[in-house]
Design a protein around this ligand. Structure first.
Ligand SMILES: Cc1ncc(COP(=O)(O)O)c(C=O)c1O
Length: 349
């Protein structure tokens, strides 16, 4: 049972068939009909003027940041965000852009007060790098799949308009966020000038992400994608399963959320596991193992030995991600195995 990530999902049979039947062309010339169809669909779904297919979420975030932010400016990004932690400092390397890490609250939010503090007291003072972009993550991976409420998004959006800088949303799992809020994804995206979402996570396509935004922004993103080496030729073979993912797999994300809740409630009953099930909002479950029973490293080793793959998400937090290949009985089995691992270990120690 692999709870490592929703990125491990494999393409469905429908996706494989779509690859065989895709109409292909050279996408660097804009001639791949399948990519064009995907980009049109993604723009419509997110309520944006235009969109661009990208090889990965990392490149999608990077291209969008580079398109928004000039050299020497600073990007305000959460100190627990994927952009800040897991994307190899791309905007600094490629764009001469500084990241200003903003404290991430346990609910995934960056408070207006802490964002405000990143703005220099005197913008005319040439000592300071000027903020050019706010990045939000929704749902928030390292905060356990937390969803940013619409009222918060509205407030940050208003703040960004007052400050005259845009918002880029890392919406790798934005459809999970929409499902959790029970709203159309456009209710969320209206508060972001640009966003990226991943096709290759819960949506289960093998490869790819989308950046969506204004036509002007996406034109810039497309040029930057080429510069980064992400311009691909007959890439309709990747776009075809992505179209299937958007058509078939958004509506099923709620099932993953229910299983995540079920796992959380099961884990709550196990002595030595620390978890609050009310914290679980989407498909990500974070919990801790009481260090008096064992270390998180020992826990991961023992559970792996029993056929359960989990990961660590910083500060000893164990992450279990639910996805299309995890069944309800897998969740039951996982709870049983974790219970056994904890009981055996407490008897030994
Ligand atoms: C929140 C978030 N953003 C961005 C990414 C990067 O996506 P990719 O792995 O496609 O580069 C990930 C990947 O796990 C993620 O969780």
């Amino acid at each position: 049972m692999n709870f490592l990530s929703d990125t491990i999902t494999l393409p469905s049979e429908d996706m494989m068939n779509s690859i065989m039947n895709a109409h292909l062309g050279d996408d660097v010339y804009g001639n791949d009909a399948t990519v064009n169809e995907l980009e049109k669909l993604a723009a419509e779904l997110t309520g944006k003027e235009s969109s661009c297919f990208m090889p990965s979420g990392t490149m999608a975030n990077l291209a969008s940041i580079l398109a928004h932010s000039p050299r020497g400016s600073k990007v305000l990004a959460g100190d627990e965000s994927d952009i800040y932690i897991f994307e190899a400092g791309g905007a600094s390397v490629c764009g001469g852009i500084m990241y200003e890490p903003i404290y991430t609250q346990p609910n995934g939010q960056l408070s207006i007060e802490s964002l405000e503090q990143a703005f220099p007291f005197d913008e005319e003072d040439p000592q300071f790098a000027l903020p050019s972009l706010i990045c939000l993550e929704n749902s928030h991976n390292r905060m356990g799949g937390k969803v940013l409420p619409l009222s918060y998004l509205e407030e940050v959006y208003k703040f960004s308009c007052d400050k005259e800088i845009p918002i880029h949303m890392d919406g790798a799992r934005i459809f999970n966020a929409a499902e959790a809020l029970g709203v159309n994804v456009k209710e969320i995206t209206q508060y972001a000038d640009s966003l990226q979402f991943c096709l290759s996570k819960g949506l289960s396509a093998p490869i790819g992400s989308i950046v969506a935004g204004t036509k002007n922004h996406i034109d810039k993103v497309r040029r930057i994608r080429k510069m980064l080496g992400g311009g691909m030729r007959q890439v309709g073979i990747m776009a075809a399963p992505a179209i299937v993912a958007l058509k078939n797999n958004i509506d099923r994300l709620g099932e993953d959320h229910q299983k995540a809740k079920k796992l959380a409630f099961g884990l709550e009953k196990i002595p030595g596991i620390h978890i609050d099930p009310s914290e679980v909002e989407t498909n990500i479950v974070l919990f801790k193992v009481d260090p008096s029973v064992m270390t998180w490293e020992q826990f991961l080793k023992l559970t792996e030995g029993q056929g359960i793959t989990l990961s660590e998400m910083g500060y000893g937090r164990i992450r279990a991600v639910i996805h299309r290949h995890i069944t309800s009985s897998d969740v039951d089995k996982a709870i049983e195995i974790i219970q056994d691992v904890m009981v055996q270990k407490s008897h030994i120690s």
